[in-house]
Ligand binder design. Sequence first.
Ligand code: GUN
Ligand code: ZN
Length: 449
Amino acid sequence: MTQRFAIRGQTLAFKADPFEVAPEDAISFDSDGCVVVAAGRIEAVAPAHEVIARNPSLPVIHYADHLIMAGFVDAHIHYPQTGIIASYGTQLLEWLETYTFPEELKFADPAYADQIAELFLNELLRNGTTTASVYCTVHPQSVEAIFMASKKRGLRMAAGKSMMDRNAPPGLRDTAQSGYDESEALIHRWHGRDRLTYVVTPRFSATSSDAQMTAMGALWRANPTTLMQTHIAETQAEIAWIRHLFPTARDYLDTYERVGLIGPGANFGHAIHLEPREVDRLRATGSGISHCPTSNVFMGSGLFDLEALRQGTQPIPVGLGTDVGGGSSFSMLATLRAAYEIAQLRGNSLHPIRAFWLATVGSARLMRLEKLIGNLAPGHDADLVVLDLKSTPVIAQRMARATSISDALFVQMILGDDRAIAATYANGQLVHRRSAGPGLVHGSPSVAG
Ligand code: GUN
Ligand code: ZN
């Protein structure tokens, strides 16, 4: 790949938070723009005629009327659950026992972990997702596999070893001490190397003893530039179990809070059934939430209240996650559709500009990566997705009636999926290009210069 080149098409960037200003005022949209890429970074985003006049010999990859935007950022996903996506008939706690734990046991085998890590990254890139916050299993080799595979592809990726020392099968348990030591060794080996970030990962309070929770708090304090991810308040049965396991805790969040697993860089998955005190504490401490809508409907967990959590002068940072394999799709477009549907069931309509912001800037901010990814901005990593806005016949005919960029984005999030992803770039490299197939006739860019 040429060191310096431009990608031309329609361009979409964010210049403000669309939850704070009128959504249409939050974007910069150019119907014929160029993203100039140099040494893996975005050098400039400008009207195509200006870029071409200033750089007449610059190679230009022209995606015609496709939409170029920042790659999606999936704030919550489990790579070891790739194999059990679409497992029938259970809700969270039974689903963990029946499908998840048996599959995660297989990651004791590094060859299996390597194989699934490759499959998983292919799937992320096919769906235009360039960064994710990834749960691994309890096995350090599962973390090695995803970091090694991400490094090979030049991806910005965040991941961590799940820690569990109770309420899990023996082959999936560590101890307070071994969980600490193994995580610390992984931090030293991977955190900050190339484009990789370590995430301290207590799976959820139900699978960690008091001693392990305390150790994880100490680990995160000792490594403050790492992130922290876990689950909270996903189902009523889970909350009742936590109350039983931690009788002295004020609520679910307190099981994390009292050991220091709270604050900026903390990423709490789901957060559907929160108590008012928990909302106040998340808000006051700058802790974040990943909203996982396809998972919440697939597992029957409940309806996330985005509107309430983003309200006020101190909104809680919210990103968007697929939560595969509890979630039913790798596609962030499908995830946006589910977020829209959940908001509708709560009596709100999620504006498409807010939705796309959540799937990019929102998740990046939650992961403290906002200065590097999630937007088309000079100096950001050149992690990009090229959306074919007419990827199926029904989308093409609906797009012929689209009245605005908001409307076009809404069509994509309601009807689009992996077929809309014409190309994905990471670190300025083409890492996925959709192959032409029946009905996919829009995917061939022309290269000039
Ligand atoms: N809570 C604890 N573990 C998990 C998991 O793997 N998936 C989901 N959705 N919730 C969890
Ligand atoms: Zn999860």
